[in-house]
Design a protein around this ligand. Structure first.
Ligand code: NAD
Ligand code: UD1
Length: 333
């Protein structure tokens, strides 16, 4: 299939390109490189042993989308391009709505005009609220606590409404839990621009001595060791979920949502202990105040994805940490 991958040079997009190419799909990337480097696509080409057609541009730029649709004639779109920093989203809400919602509307308009009927969308566990039942299934109410989460909720609804109003179209909404890890080759991984704030890159920086210590945000939550529980998922498992979603979406209407997680929760302390064990490095840490907006625990019930998409996470915590550490260490040297 000819697949347009928006945001394909980003963390999850680049890993997904590798999987799509391995399955024999033809891909084309649209990315403005606002949070990635063009070099990532060269790395993917090296891994996949093939060239990738790419357009440098913004998803809000309709002429470039129309040109791409005419030239590449995608049969489906995997839509990663967007802004994802929770903290920044409350400082720049209009920008987040413009890119995550406006950009999605623009993309759907171009798809409609070009007769491209299927879209796989990057949604997030952040659409759920703190009061969700755990493990969290897709019937739990959406009640996001951040601007970022609300832009994703609205984008989900825009896509559902497009599908409902446009015969022959179909979508799959993938709600990712906490993506971590890197490709086993060590050739691609997460390279956040600016100062990282997510747990994995921060721990890796402490383990490598680039940062003095890890601040653990609270140890007085109602969890077994008092620190927050999350459902971390290996980015390569996540990439494979997109291939499964694409196979599922073609020829079907509707816009079902699926949780993409492992169903297993780990606390911050458990993550630190596992990172020490696998890296062999010291990870000094101190307990500090809770971080505003954090919820005590969120763990996926991934049953629906297993039953419907035939997808299940296969990689465990050790692989998530070892691949992160290998990728991070290789970039230090
Ligand atoms: P990323 O920032 O690494 O990748 C996003 C890519 O989109 C980047 O290459 C960036 O340059 C590009 N981009 C951003 N705005 C663009 C625009 N206006 N036009 C064209 N390209 C643009 O992020 P990621 O971690 O790979 O996340 C991909 C998607 O998954 C995002 O939509 C994000 O909200 C969603 N998501 C991510 C996580 C996570 O933890 N990483 C969790 C849940 C959902
Ligand atoms: C965050 C976002 C979420 C987004 C996800 C993926 C918030 C509130 N949520 O999830 O919307 O989908 O990233 O990008 O930002 N921690 C520390 N010390 C640190 C960093 C993190 O103790 O220096 C803890 C956090 O309190 C949390 C856990 O580690 O309990 C995971 O944090 P993080 O990696 O930032 O992800 P989330 O907050 O779960």
């Amino acid at each position: 299939m000819r697949v347009l991958v928006t945001g394909g040079a980003g963390y999850i997009g680049s890993h997904t390109l590798v999987e799509l190419l391995a399955q024999g799909h033809q891909v084309c990337v649209l990315d403005d490189f606002s949070n990635s480097a063009a070099d990532v696509l060269n790395r993917v080409e090296k891994l996949a042993g093939t060239q990738i057609l790419s357009y440098v541009g913004d998803i809000r730029d309709r002429p470039i989308l129309d040109r791409l649709m005419q030239e590449f004639r995608p049969e489906a779109v995997v839509h990663f391009a967007g802004l994802k920093a929770v903290g920044e989203s409350s400082e720049k809400p209009l920008l987040y709505y413009d890119v995550n919602v406006g950009g999605t509307c623009n993309l759907l308009g171009a798809m409609t005009d070009a007769g491209c009927n299927h879209i796989i969308f990057s949604s997030t566990a952040a659409v759920y609220g703190a009061s969700s039942k755990m493990p969290c299934d897709e019937t739990q109410p959406r009640n996001p606590s951040s601007v970022y989460g609300r832009t994703k909720l609205v984008a989900e609804d825009v896509i559902s409404d497009w599908v409902a109003s446009t015969p022959g179209t179909g979508a799959v909404l993938l709600r990712y839990f906490n993506p971590v890890g890197a490709h086993a080759s060590g050739v691609i991984g997460e390279s956040p621009k600016g100062v990282p704030s997510n747990l994995f890159p921060v721990i890796a920086e402490v383990a490598s001595g680039r940062r003095q210590q890890l601040s653990i945000f609270g140890d007085d939550y109602d969890t077994p060791d008092g620190t927050c529980l999350r459902d971390y998922i290996h980015v390569c498992d996540l990439a494979q979920a997109h291939v499964a979603a694409l196979d599922y979406a073609i020829g079907r209407d509707g816009a079902p949502a699926f949780n993409i997680g492992t169903g297993q929760g780990y606390s911050v302390r458990e993550m630190v202990d596992a990172f020490v064990r696998i890296s062999g490095e010291d990870i000094p840490s101190e307990i500090v105040a809770r971080r505003f907006g954090d919820i005590p625990k969120i763990v996926a019930d991934p049953t629906l994805a297993a039953e419907t998409l035939g997808w299940k996470a296969e990689r465990g915590l050790d692989d998530m940490i070892a691949s992160t550490w290998a990728w991070f260490s290789s970039r230090q040297s």
